[in-house]
Each structure stands twice: as structure tokens, then as C-alpha cells.
Design a protein around this ligand. Sequence first.
Ligand code: 3NM
Ligand code: MG
Length: 519
Amino acid sequence: MGKPAVDYSVYLVTDSTRAILGDRQLASVVEDSLKGGGVTVVQLREKTGDTAHLISVAKELQQITRKYNVPLLINDRVDVALAVGCEGVHIGQDDMDLATARTLLGPDAIIGVTVSTVDEALTACEGGADYLGIGTVYATPTKTNTKEIIGAAGVREILGRIAEAGYGTQTVCIGGINASNLQRIVYQCAAEKKALDGVAVVSAVMAAQDPDAAARKLLGLVRNPPPFKADLRGEGSDKADAESIVTQVPSIVRRVHDTTPLSHNMTNIVVQNIAANVALAVGASPIMAGYGEEAPDLCKLGGALVINMGSVDPAGLENYLKALRAYNLAGRPVVYDPVGAGATSIRRNAVKTIMANGYLDVIKGNEGEIKTVFGSNQEQQRGVDSSSTLGAAQKAKLVRELAAREKNVVVMTGKTDFVSDGVRTFAIDNGHAYLGLVTGTGCTLGTAISAAIASRQSDRLSAVIAAILHFEIAAELAAERPEVRGPGTFVPAFLDELYLIRQATANNDLAWLARAKVS
Ligand code: 3NM
Ligand code: MG
């Protein structure tokens, strides 16, 4: 016979609790999910019930899975798998050990193991597991007694380490995966040399009104690259030195000027006005729209979204998530400004929720905010005192690690700004102290960045750096004007300089750029 080849793309885990199944029959929901080819492997998971009952359910499902030619695995119960003669089992860390299961089931059985740490993963690979179920990715109401929420970053670390150790073991991830987050999760989970082979879901298929359509949709998403992937790097992304990055700046500034991209700002009331004016000054078209229901229309206009975390009440957060989903689905860029991220537990939770629910092309914050964002996904960061000041090397390391983890661009603002795409990291020493004395200037940098990444043709990191240089050099030029005597007179001069820089750039006058201090 030999071991069957398994396609792990869409791995359905059953659940017959009422919350998931409602009044429907388990077998009919499973059959529905299989009939259009959306589900590629089924695991029967029953946490209660007598052995006789479990065997009869397994036999019933086996008839269906055979009909559609997909493997059936049994959660935990090696005896049930043996009794029905199905393709294999899935075992958790507290279930029968892998070696014993293998001895009982034989070499041709498919045996999968749940892992949530690198050690568990390496042990399972070493022990000859056919695949790993890695999780829990995100908290899920379907299974509340999960051991550890590891996020996409945790999955990525495990994939990286098993690839490094030379194992080709197949992998799926599980926990909170659905059609709206699947592509982003698969993308963020991928390590350099190993990607997931599929995703395991319960509710996304079992609880769906139409399990067939839901499963086919998931399969389509697994098999197609995410919209933001194609958008990740472009011309110039091979340039790793500061000089060649700066060389790209004029074309990026000019392109904003020429294309007038939409900058969709979901921002706090304090900065609405100045953010809209900064957008206009750099050549973008601002819309200040906090209502998430508008995002599916607005994201089609070729712009970028700024989520400036001013409103963290439940309604505000829900609006952010709706907009984030819409922009992610459309493959349009999102800039996240986690304002006051560490200030309250509500804000810390909002950061976690936003990070877990979407892909953020750029995260921009001050030192404390970036630390909080970094810690939102990593246990060991809990103890970091956000008032402690990191040295330059530590800041560079933090932005690089966060960007590598999130597969995006991270900006840490400060007297010196640090910018990284996870591979290339730069320090920018431009700007003026007046920026810190005017409310909302930090926030409006996010707006300027959104304009640059919305209209860019070059790679994302260069676009972000172009926006920062445009913004901070304008501040320097404004502060040096004779009429500017403090933060009040600074604001109109700053808007003027933003405008004048892009006009000059459009006319090929690049004198301003000589001030760029990028290293
Ligand atoms: N195992 P949903 S999480 C069955 O982490 C199961 O090992 C998990 O359900 C683990 O797709 C989980 O509805 C439930 O979020 C996943
Ligand atoms: Mg188990």
C-alpha cells in the first residue's frame, strides 16, 4: 500500500459541539465541505462520548472521506483509528506518545503531532511525525484551553528551526484562522526556507452556513499568493546602502506630486486638521474617514490607509479592523501608528487585536510604542520598562527584529529615527526640535508615509525613507526661516516647506536633499 500522499492545504478539524454545529448533523456538514473539493484532509475530533459511539461516527465519516478520496485522521484515539482502519491519527502533547502510536499503527499510517514550541517540533520531527499541527496561532473561542498563543511569529520561528535542522516534515497551523486572515497568516508564518503546507480550521468551515463554499474559498486563498506579497519589494529593493536609497528619493517625492494618491486617515480629532494639511502639502489627497464601513469603497481608489490609534473604544477598534480587512483584501498598504500603545491596558490589548487581525505594511511609533508593539507578541518582553532608553544599537536591533518578524517596515521616531525592513536598517538624523512642540506632527509623519507608499514604484523601505526625509528636512528649513520664532510660527512655515520641497523636486531642484543624513 505505502503511505498515502496527503495534501494539507485545507485541513478540516471537526467539532460537534452545539456552538459550532447547531442543529446540523456532523456527517452532513463534513460531506458538504468535501463535495466541492475545498477540504483536503479531515480530522475527527471528539472530546466526549463512548468508544462505541466514536467508532460509529468514525465509520460514518470514513465512508464520506473515501467517497471524496481524502484521508481521515482521528484525534488522540489510536484505538479508534485501528478499529476503523482509517489513514491515521493526530496526537497532542498529552496524548499517546509518537513512538507508541507508530508501533501500533505501522509505518504507513499518517501521524500528526500538535506542537507549540521549537523543542516539541524538533522532537516530533525526529520521532518521525508525518506532519505538525502548529499552534495556537490566535486565541479562538473554539478551543479555550489552548496551552499557548504563539502568533505568526511563533509559527515562523518553529518553521525556521525545523528547516535549519534539515527536516522536511509537513506543517499546518491552527487557531483562529479564517478567510479574512488566512493569506496574511500564511505569509507572515513563512520562514526563509520553509513555508506552511496548509491551514487547519474548525469554525471557518464547520460553522459556516455553506461549508462547501467556505472550504473552496479557503483553498483558493491557500493556493494564491496574498495581494500584499507581490507588492512587497520592487525596483531598488536590492540596494542596501544609504547612498542608493537617497538616490531614489526624488522620484518618490515626484511621484506623489504627479499621482495625488489618496491618504485615508483614521486618526484622532486632535490631528485631523494638520494631518489633512500635511497630506495636501506633500501632494496627496486626504480623506479623514473613521467609519470602517466606508473602507471597502475607499480602498479601491489606489491609496493607503493610516490607522492612528486614537480611538480604542470598542466602536473605534471595530472600525479599524473593518478598514484593515478591506485594505488587506485589496492589497493596498496600511500604515499603523500605535499612539500611546503602552499607556493603558486597553491600548495594549488594542495593539494585540490589531496586530492579530491584519497585515500592517508600516508600523511607526516612538521608542515606547515600538517596544509595546514588539512585546505584544513575545512573552519575554513583558518586563521591559518602557521609560528605559535604549542605545542606538539596541534601537536598530529592535526595529530590525520587529520588521523581520512582521515582514514589514518599522520606523522608530526620535531625535534619530530608525527604519528597517528586517534586512536593511538605517538611521536618519534629520528633523527639528519644533516638531516635538507641536501636537500631531508625529502623527502626520504617518500620513506623509502613507502618501509615499501608496504611489511608490520603488521598494517600500525607500518610499518610507523618502517620506521621512521630505518631512524632516522641511522641518529644518522651516525652523531656519527668520520669521519662525517658535512652534506657533513654525507650523505654517513647515507646511510651506513641505509644499516647496515637492515643487522644487518636480522641477528637478534637489538642493534640499543635500541635507539628508541617512546612515
Ligand atoms: N487545536 P478554529 S486550536 C482544535 O492550538 C484546535 O492545538 C488547537 O478552531 C491547538 O479554527 C483548535 O475555529 C481550535 O479557530 C481551532
Ligand atoms: Mg489532543
